[in-house]
Design a protein around this ligand. Structure first.
Ligand code: ASP
Length: 430
């Protein structure tokens, strides 16, 4: 304890707003004992408070502070108003979040877990229709947003690519957005131009979610990444404040890392090691934003050096489809996050993440498949977390998060206890 026992106890009573009598009852000790712990150190009657009492008091005070925080957020109105974009219930960027609001979203995601794990069903979005407009390749984001909406009882209409949409006939973003808004209740949009999803959002009042706008942002991916880090850390007994995060690969065009570093920067005292080949470093405008809170940011092109000491290794794919004049030359032949390098340079309790897809072809500068049996590899747990987190996003933006708990019913079918044959034991759905 850095302060004296008397200061500690007085401070606790003040914070809890309790009298000595009530405080003694609250912590389960005799009033007489409390009095002796509160006496000035030199006095004859003074006694030392047992360690177990001090831990208990700390816990009570911390709990109280948390409850207060929850009460404050409940008073400050629905989450969707607090994270709104230009006053609308839309999700364009992680900049819309504070640490408190992101953790509130994760409490809702936690409530969604029994549905995501196929133990319960809910119909809170019955009758609602989602429009999934994907003008760029996607598997996970499109299907998991669709599945998340369906698991809340809604249904989904999809369009993929420009070829089969009227944009190929010269239709503007404004017209497309307004027309679609007459048909559906929410839109998820992916588009190759940075800033384009915001244009869709400006042309409608229905919820719009950015499913990736060129090399700009991918907020839902960053949210599920952060949710994964917190979940994995809680299993490992680690705190995110003070952690060391390594981001590896094409940090120039990788929109997932652009969103993730800004979101992580909401936490305290982080160390970021950014490992990118020459020419593919993280853009300055993102570094400036993430660096504002005093985190340590180091940059290197050496993979070996970059992995040392990292609690999280976040690998990314080369975004070749966005290359202008860049060549792959910046990558050395051995630039691959594989078992050998992780065993040699990484921590034994590191978690290895990737937004996926990974390029699994031989010689690819990406995440190796030889880590598939390694419990540190969190990529499938990460992808699975896309469902509860995206369900939480829909529930919040459509204002039904308060209805979920009472809407739960048991499922009628029985899913396997582990989804994947190689899943780690702690990754069961039961
Ligand atoms: N799926 C992610 C994205 O859409 C990552 C990637 O494609 O490499 O940005």
């Amino acid at each position: 304890m850095s302060v004296s026992q008397q200061v500690f106890l007085r401070d606790a009573m003040r914070r809890l707003n309790l009298t000595r009598d009530v405080f003694a009852v609250r912590i389960g000790v005799k009033r007489r004992a409390l009095d002796t712990w509160l006496l000035p150190e030199g006095s004859q009657e003074a006694r030392n408070m047992p360690e177990v009492v001090s831990r208990f008091v700390t816990e009570i005070v911390e709990n109280e502070a948390l409850l207060e925080k929850y009460a404050q957020s409940a008073q400050s109105g629905p989450l969707r108003d607090r994270i709104s974009y230009n006053g609308k219930h839309q999700l364009l960027s992680v900049d819309q979040f504070t640490r408190e609001s992101v953790e509130e979203l994760f409490r809702i995601a936690d409530q969604m877990q029994p549905i995501a794990r196929r133990q319960k069903v809910s119909r809170v979005l019955e009758g609602a229709v989602l429009g999934n407009l994907f003008f760029e390749a996607s598997t996970r984001t499109r299907v998991s947003f669709g599945a998340a909406f369906c698991r809340l009882g809604g249904s989904v209409c999809d369009t993929t690519g420009f070829t089969f949409s009227s944009m190929a006939k010269g239709e503007s973003i404004y017209d497309t957005s307004r027309v679609m808004s007459g048909y559906v209740d929410a839109l998820v949009i992916r588009h190759p131009e940075r800033g384009s999803v915001a244009e869709f959002a400006d042309a409608t009042n229905i919820p719009v979610i950015n499913g990736g706008d060129g090399a700009g942002e991918h907020p839902s991916q960053a949210l599920l990444d952060l949710y994964t880090i917190l979940t994995e850390f809680s299993r490992l007994g680690k705190l995110l404040d003070g952690a060391h995060i390594a981001m590896v690969g094409d940090l120039k065009y990788g929109r997932t890392v652009h969103s993730l570093i800004k979101l992580l920067a909401l936490y305290r005292d982080l160390k970021f090691t950014l490992v990118a080949p020459k020419g593919l470093e993280m853009p300055d405008y993102i570094l400036e934003q993430a660096g504002k809170r005093g985190h340590v940011i180091e940059q290197t092109s050496s993979l070996e050096q970059g992995l040392v000491g990292a609690d999280v290794v976040y690998a990314t794919r080369v975004q070749k489809e966005r290359f202008a004049d860049e060549q792959l030359e910046g990558y050395t032949a051995d630039f691959q996050v594989n078992k050998a390098i992780v065993d040699r340079c990484g921590r034994s309790d590191a978690i290895i993440m990737h937004p996926l897809p990974r390029d699994s072809r031989e010689g690819a500068h990406d995440l190796g498949v030889d880590l598939n049996h390694d419990p540190r590899l969190a990529i499938f747990r990460q992808a699975d977390n896309g469902i509860p987190v995206r369900m939480a996003i829909f529930a919040v933006l459509l204002g039904v998060e308060g209805l979920v708990q009472h809407s739960l019913r048991d499922v009628t079918w029985s899913p396997p206890s582990h989804i994947g044959p190689d899943d780690s034991v702690f990754h069961g759905i039961d």
